[in-house]
Design a protein around this ligand. Structure first.
Ligand code: NAD
Length: 400
């Protein structure tokens, strides 16, 4: 795939920035898919890509997905993504490397706002923040912290909508839920479900994580490779993408699929196959938007209660997705994309956000941040290994 502009035109990407610095070894791509609804927000992915073109395809694909996610969530922001070609997963990025990335993000003046994604750490965000204010997920006043609890709240809200779509009472009490993946989101989700009176079964390839949840909540456990076919009301994929394949659909023993994992459908047709079997699929990018809803709050003055209230609205959004699917006679995944695209066409047609433009995101004010502008070089000496920066390496957050 070498026709980059053809692909950008076909999928509506606004801008792709290639970043290279031979001295520090940076090779990165920043894709801004859309700023029609506001500045684009999306994670930075550090990943080993066999070929440069794979990184480009990933950046284009992921940035478009962020546009849909933000639009469906009702946020006034667009979709972007940065991918960094990084071959050594165990290695930490050094200060000069992160500064180059930060400068490239800064040059976009807020058109792309960075966050954590796969492979990134809070220490990366802190390093990038030395060069730009256009980064979320760093320490200090106004930071939004770990998004996983919010993502879990949004998934439960989506579950209530799915139950209503099944003709049931929208309550989790007495429901059997299988949670695949006992990681950050899976653990919070398990806790919320148990608190709501659901009977939860968890599965993970890491036995220690399953054990911890069993000890904390007395939940059941199942083998990781059996989880997807477990008998339940709701299957909650919270581990990997592409878990719902054409081959799996006939063997599913759930009534609904509602989880946090990104890109759960291995192929678009699986959306149809699930609907044909009468299994309610809650589109992943609508169900798992709690994390990005929480992050967006950083730029209007972070308030956890407000983020929570907005995340709970996922129930309403998901109900709207199911209604649109019925109206258009399409499966819910396609309805969710249509819903997002319609909003962009209606509210953002031909708009392109430029640095300094007011943003609906912030009620017509310029984007602001509670963090100070990056400090001049002279004040930075030695600060990179500050106790705060070291402390943050123990925490982790993700957007997508
Ligand atoms: P995580 O890495 O903390 O947890 C994932 C868990 O899945 C791990 O415990 C891992 O051992 C387990 N796992 C891996 N392969 C498995 C398998 N085959 N069977 C069972 N378990 C397996 O990640 P997370 O932050 O909890 O995110 C979970 C998913 O949700 C990811 O797809 C992520 O992209 C998506 N997501 C997360 C957030 C968030 O706020 N963290 C937001 C939106 C989407």
């Amino acid at each position: 795939m070498t026709a980059v502009l053809d692909r950008m035109t076909a999928e509506g990407h606004e801008q792709v920035v290639f970043v290279a610095d031979a001295a520090v070894g940076v090779r990165a791509i920043i894709a801004v898919h859309s700023t029609a609804l506001g500045p684009s927000l999306g994670g930075i992915r550090f990943w080993h890509y066999p070929r440069e073109v794979d990184a480009l395809v990933d950046a284009l694909r992921l940035s478009r997905a962020m546009t849909l996610k933000a639009a469906a969530a009702g946020l006034h922001q667009g979709g972007g993504k940065a991918v960094v070609l990084w071959d050594e997963p165990g290695d930490q990025r050094k200060e000069p490397f992160l500064r180059v990335l930060g400068q490239a993000i800064d040059e976009l003046g807020g058109r792309y706002i960075a966050a954590e994604d796969v492979g990134a750490t809070p220490a990366d965000m802190n390093g990038i923040a030395r060069e730009t204010r256009w980064v979320t997920g760093i320490d200090g006043p106004g930071g939004s912290g770990d998004p996983s609890p919010f993502t879990a709240v949004g998934v439960v809200a989506a579950m209530r909508a799915a139950l209503r779509e099944l003709g049931d009472e929208p309550t989790l009490e007495g429901r059997r839920v299988v949670v695949q993946g006992a990681g950050h989101v899976g653990a919070h989700l398990t806790r919320l479900l148990v608190e709501a009176g659901a009977a939860v079964t968890v599965a993970d390839v890491r036995a220690d994580r399953v054990d911890a949840l069993q000890r904390a909540h007395g939940v059941d456990a199942t083998a990781a490779d059996a989880a997807l076919q477990g008998e339940c009301d709701i299957l909650a994929p919270c581990a990997l993408g592409a878990v719902l394949t054409e081959g799996l659909v006939p063997r599913l023993r759930c009534r609904a699929v509602v989880g946090a994992a990104n890109n759960q459908l291995a192929a678009p047709d699986v959306d149809d196959a699930l609907a044909a079997r009468g299994i309610v699929y809650a589109p992943d990018f609508v169900a798992n938007a709690g994390g990005i809803i929480n992050l967006a709050e950083e730029f209007v003055g972070y308030d956890a209660d407000r983020a929570l209230t907005r995340t709970e609205r996922i129930e309403h959004t998901m109900t709207g997705v199911f209604a649109l699917a019925t109206e258009l006679r399409v499966p819910p995944g396609r309805a969710a994309e249509t819903m997002a695209e319609r909003r962009i066409a209606k509210e953002g047609a031909r708009r392109r956000w430029r640095p300094g433009d007011p943003a609906a995101w912030t009620g017509g004010e310029p984007l602001r941040t509670l963090r100070p502008t990056p400090t001049p070089d002279s004040e930075r000496v030695g600060s990179f290994s500050s106790p705060m920066a070291r402390k943050t390496t123990q925490r982790r957050r993700k957007t997508s």
